[in-house]
Design a protein around this ligand. Sequence first.
Ligand SMILES: *Cc1c(COP(=O)(O)O)cnc(C)c1O
Length: 382
Amino acid sequence: MHTNSTIELNKTAYRNNIQFLRKTFGKKVTLSSVVKGNAYGHGLHEFVTMANDCGVNHFSAFDVEEAKIIREALSDKVTIMIMGFVPNEDMEWVITNGVEFYIFDKSRLSTAVKTAKKLSTKAIVHIEVETGMNRTGFDKQELAQVIATLKKETEHLLFKGLCTHYAGAESITNYYRVEKQIKKYQEIYDYICSTGIQPEIKHTACSAASMMYPETRMDLVRIGIMQYGLWSSPEVFVKFLNSYKNKIDPLQRIIAWKSKIMSTKKVNSGEFIGYGTSFLAERKMKIAVVPIGYAHGYSRSLSNQGRVLIQGHRCAVIGSVNMNMMTVDVTDIDAVKKEDEVVLIGSQKDMTVSVASFSDLSNQLNYELLTRIAKTIPRKII
Ligand SMILES: *Cc1c(COP(=O)(O)O)cnc(C)c1O
């Protein structure tokens, strides 16, 4: 087991975020917790357990592997929706377990029908339509056939949802594209209804769309990044704050990442520290070695850039981040010693290293930074 570091998940912060989101969306909108990418690095099993304790009972996964972990954690108490990959050999498991899934092409539609027939049951499906993202989803000219199949196979297909995904709702640059998508989705919905069938629910919004274009909330919102206490982009945050009376961020970060000092040493002025020549000691220095590196998801681009907290001081990462270690400057902390706590993300005394500042420094999005945090690090709900 990995003992170099620990991830803590703050349940009180999560409860706060869910409360804010529910208040924003209202009672009529179902909140689906998006947990792909190991729950954005938070740790899938632990995260869904915590979320369910806070009253969340709808989860959106990317694939079957994730769906199985959610099932194992929460048995059949919750709804699971797979938005992405289902290999044919797993279709039986998915349908038997009542897991809902997206259908975005003909071959998956026919596999779903065939498998449901074999099992003498119904597959619960969400038809994904192409509105302008150009990734997955049925094109308009394919819809007639999809509709015909849905009408013919009512014994084996439950038309649960009609869905799409926006191509960058977090940036105003994409305003016209997203507006076009919203319009196109509505046209497709009207067309489908005009043929005499209707999905039980409509859903299109991710975090950014739900805030920037409230009309996209419909019956269900698929919320990823915001439930973890982060905004999709600074733009979304600023737009929200402009319309918010008390100008305080209503979201709270859930994750904290902590390690310990592995070793300390003194280095003379004029010496290089670590591989190569990227850091030169310009004075007599004291350094601490932390057993965390890029193999654990601490990006190499934080070399000579990152900051960590030790004894309530902000300490600079010096030299390059190695595979399993990094070196930090503790020259100005007197009583620093082996085993002292090191905070990579989170708070210590009155100082904080936030995910956002961390990712600004390394030019990564919040999303990418979080999902890179190694799965093997133990997660603890506090
Ligand atoms: C990831 C994802 C979401 C959630 O996105 P956030 O920006 O994290 O809220 C919603 N819908 C789909 C299809 C996704 O892939």
